[in-house]
Write a protein that binds this ligand. Structure first.
Ligand code: MN
Length: 246
């Protein structure tokens, strides 16, 4: 099995090193990742300048690794073009959760989504970062368990996986959809210029069975996602109440 590994934290992230080593147990691994951090870039693609594909400056023992001057989605497009017959793309392990509404701007998830758009299976993996860096060694058995079951699947599904800091078990979940409180916090840089931080906080507690609820309860969350965003109920209602066309 050919497993392409990418992320949005950049090639230097400890999360991608941990994922690449665990993935080696499941097949042939290649790393293609952004040369700088691309978190929260969503599904941006580079179309107005060329991309480069260079050997990674850091070693991934036993693995070919390349850095790209582009986004996570670029890395998947280019990586799977240059490594034919890629079976699956793993994206992560992201340093920070990708739960609920953050799926809309996650670069980690966008990389897995890009794979599925190209007809290749895609799995995004993320974990929260507290005051210390994540203990990837402690997460390893859970990452391995998740991969061994998801890699068995041959359907062209997209999976979003989130690991709590101290997992006790693994569960299937749905996306938590909650309104967010977007707060802009002003500050001043060392030269006296005004700058701003945009932060978001969920307004309501997470419902049971959702991704946020699982991680808050020390469970590894696996959410199967689809690419079709169509609101079926709204579509049906609009066709009936506001017919358009001639
Ligand atoms: Mn990130």
């Amino acid at each position: 099995m050919r497993i392409l590994i990418t992320n949005d934290d950049g090639i230097y992230s400890p999360g991608i090193a941990a994922l690449a080593q665990i993935a080696r147990k499941f097949g042939e691994v290649r790393v293609v990742a952004p040369d700088v951090e691309q978190s929260s870039m969503g599904h941006a693609v580079t179309h107005s300048r060329p991309l480069s594909y260079k050997k990674s400056p850091i070693e991934f023992p036993g693995i070919e690794a390349y850095r790209v001057n582009g986004t996570p989605a670029d890395c998947v497009a280019l990586g799977t073009h240059l490594w034919s017959k890629t079976d699956v793309v793993l994206s992560g392990i992201n340093m920070g959760p990708n739960l609920g509404n953050s799926m809309w701007h996650s670069g980690t998830l966008a990389a897995a989504k890009q794979a599925v758009l190209l007809g290749i299976r895609g799995i995004a993996l993320s974990t929260p970062v507290g005051k210390t860096e994540p203990d990837f060694h402690a997460l390893e058995p859970f990452v391995e368990k998740v991969l061994s079951s998801l890699l068995e699947e041959t359907s062209l599904a997209l999976y979003n996986v989130n690991f709590p800091e101290h997992p006790t078990d693994i569960t299937w979940t749905r996306q938590s959809v909650r309104l967010y409180d977007g707060t802009v916090i002003p500050g001043t840089d060392p030269l006296g210029r005004k700058h701003y931080w945009f932060t978001v906080t969920p307004l309501e507690p997470a419902d049971e069975g959702t991704d946020r609820w699982a991680v808050e309860n020390d469970l590894v969350s696996i959410t199967p996602l689809r690419l079709d965003l169509t609101n079926e109920a709204e579509l049906k209602k609009m066709i009936q109440t506001q017919p358009v066309g001639l």
